[in-house]
Design a protein around this ligand. Sequence first.
Ligand code: ZN
Length: 135
Amino acid sequence: MKPCPCTSGDSYGNCCEPFHKGEAPPTALKLMRSRYAAYALCLPAYIIDTTHPQNPHFSHDKIKWLQEISTFSRTTEFRKLDILEVEEGEKTATVTFKAHLFQKKRDVSFTEKSSFDKVEGRWLYRSGHLFVPSR
Ligand SMILES: [Zn+2]
């Protein structure tokens, strides 16, 4: 049983894999977890597909964007995801989390409050607000 990279404690098959294979995550929290897992597994197309077109990081240069996400995934160790606060609404939601990340043994962990919008039945990552880096 392969543990899910989102560190939920569940198996990948029971957790984020169905979303990576095309199922729509039923909640913003599940979308958020599956995006973390997609970064950990280097699935840049999933990150792009779940980013709202009005997100400041949204890029129309998809090839360059794919490469940037891949580079980030390959050079980062995704140790743990802590969910700190969740507010789920009908069409909008926020998830505050701490991502425990390392690059070349350097702690690059961060805490973010992410906003999500539901567009045509699918949750999309709208924007993120970074907190002061916690080291
Ligand atoms: Zn998962």
